[in-house]
Design a protein around this ligand. Structure first.
Ligand SMILES: [Zn+2]
Length: 144
C-alpha cells in the first residue's frame, strides 16, 4: 500500500490509499479519485512528506506509516463523533430519506444511516452525493 497526500482544485487536502503508484496513475486518469469534501475528481498529488525528509527510507517509512495509522484512527473517531452529533440517524431508511430530501419532500438536512449496494446505485443514478465512512461498532470490535 502507498499513501498519497492529495489535493483537489478547491484546495481540500486529503489522503488516498493505493496498491502502488501505477494504480494511482490509472485511477487518476480514469477520474475515479474523488475529493471527499466536494466530490470533484480534479485532484492532484502533493509531494509526499516522508519521501522528502527520510534519510533512512525503510525505517523512516514504517515509522511514518505507524503515525499515519494512529492519525487515521484519531481522525476516524473525530469524524464518527461529529457525524453522531450533527447528522440525523435515519437507520436503514437512509436512501429513502436522501431521495426525499433530493426531491424537496423532506427538509434539507444532514443524515446518516445504512444502505444496501442496490440503494447506493439508485442514489448514484439520481446524482445524489453521499459519503461512506467506516464506523467501528461495538459488535465489529468484538469480532477482532
Ligand atoms: Zn474538494
Amino acid at each position: 500500500m502507498i499513501v498519497y497526500d492529495l489535493k483537489c482544485v478547491n484546495d481540500h487536502a486529503f489522503e488516498g490509499w493505493f496498491e502502488d503508484g501505477a494504480v494511482y496513475d490509472q485511477q487518476e486518469a480514469d477520474g475515479l479519485i474523488e475529493c471527499p469534501v466536494c466530490g470533484t475528481t480534479s485532484v492532484f498529488k502533493m509531494p509526499s512528506a516522508f519521501a522528502i525528509k527520510s534519510s533512512n527510507p525503510v525505517k523512516q517509512l514504517s515509522a511514518n506509516l505507524q503515525n499515519k495509522y494512529a492519525d487515521i484512527e484519531k481522525i476516524g473517531k473525530r469524524v464518527a463523533e461529529f457525524v453522531e452529533k450533527n447528522f440525523d440517524n435515519v437507520g436503514s431508511d437512509f436512501s429513502k430519506e436522501a431521495l426525499k430530501i433530493h426531491y424537496g419532500v423532506s427538509e434539507p438536512r444532514s443524515i446518516r444511516g445504512s444502505s444496501t449496494p442496490e440503494e447506493e446505485k439508485t442514489l448514484k443514478d439520481e446524482g445524489i452525493e453521499f459519503v461512506k465512512i467506516p464506523v467501528l461498532t461495538s459488535e465489529s470490535e468484538k469480532e477482532v
